[in-house]
Design a protein around this ligand. Structure first.
Ligand code: SAM
Length: 277
């Protein structure tokens, strides 16, 4: 692929997640040569650009102005200008603004060109030593009623799971993961590519104990081991009815037994309820 900047193209440019030396030669060339840059935070990206002596017109494109700013950017692209989309760190559109702009560009027949580089999720996974043949990326856990649904759906997930988490929510998230998924192996990947980079490989219960002793600091990616294939679930050969009976025989009410069965199977209560009718 030629490295010349294409008129009217949207470049999706990854930037470093800590160590500025991780910027790619191609990213620097694109940032220097496009007509303008759309950035999540013009101040943050301004610092990066000045570090590499790049002076460029920057416009804001962030979560809360993405509709109006997106429309203006698409107009500019349509008129033949080239644009580089960047976020504060890492790969745009990965738990960051960008998806809607790429979608709008594609719908408008505008060429979208990726300029790959750092992504915290992949950086964490590749160094964790956890099974990376099959993995899923959850990003930040939802903070609303959807959270329980997501956690329930992960109960029997055998693939490695990657989460992003902010330090002030880490303790709560570790407890919620433990409660929903029982004890699992976890790699807490902290401050990746920065001076205080750290990988803590432990279990959820031990991580909870660790952070009862000290406050989490810095940025974290959580790499969680999948439910062990060897730990075959006890209900694997039970029908839904037998599974519910298992819990009623243990003394649970019918409704609680249905709830427990639904939780085990990672489905909503009414799915089990309907099958019981
Ligand atoms: N788009 C970015 C990417 O490609 O990784 C992610 C942006 S998301 C808003 C920010 C989250 O990514 C942080 O809260 C943290 O979970 C993770 N993250 C980003 N940089 C990191 C780093 N250097 N070390 C650990 N986690 C990091």
């Amino acid at each position: 692929m030629a490295n010349e900047i294409e008129a009217g193209a949207l470049y999706v440019v990854a930037t470093p997640i800590g160590n500025l030396s991780d910027i790619t030669e191609r990213a620097l060339k694109v940032l220097s040569e496009v007509d303008f840059i759309a950035a999540e935070d013009t101040r943050v990206s301004g610092l990066l650009l000045s570090r590499f002596d790049i002076r460029k017109n920057i416009v804001n494109y962030f979560e809360h102005n993405k509709k109006s700013a997106g429309e203006k950017i698409i107009e500019e692209l349509r008129s033949g200008c080239s644009c580089a989309l960047v976020t504060d760190a890492g790969t745009p559109a990965i738990s960051d603004p960008g998806t809607e702009l790429c979608h709008a560009a594609r719908c408008a027949g505008i060429k979208v060109i990726p300029v790959p580089g750092a992504c915290a999720a992949i950086t964490a996974l590749c160094a964790s030593g956890f099974d990376s043949r099959r993995f899923i990326f959850e990003g930040f856990l939802p903070q609303d009623s959807e959270k329980e649904q997501v956690l329930t759906s992960l109960k029997n997930e055998k693939r490695t799971v990657i989460f992003y988490e902010a330090p002030h929510r880490l303790k709560k998230t570790l407890s919620e993961l433990y409660e929903a998924l029982d004890d699992r192996r976890i790699c807490l990947c902290r401050e990746l590519t920065k001076i205080n980079e750290e990988f803590i490989i432990t279990t959820l219960s031990e991580a909870i104990a660790l952070y009862n002793e000290k406050e989490p600091r810095g940025e974290y990616v959580l790499v969680l081991g999948g439910a062990e294939a060897s730990e075959e679930v006890f209900w694997a050969n039970l029908s839904v009815e037998q599974h519910v009976d298992f819990y009623t025989e243990k003394g649970l009410s019918k409704m609680d037994a249905i709830k427990a069965c639904a939780k085990d199977r990672g489905v909503a209560k009414n799915v089990i309820y309907k099958q019981m009718l």
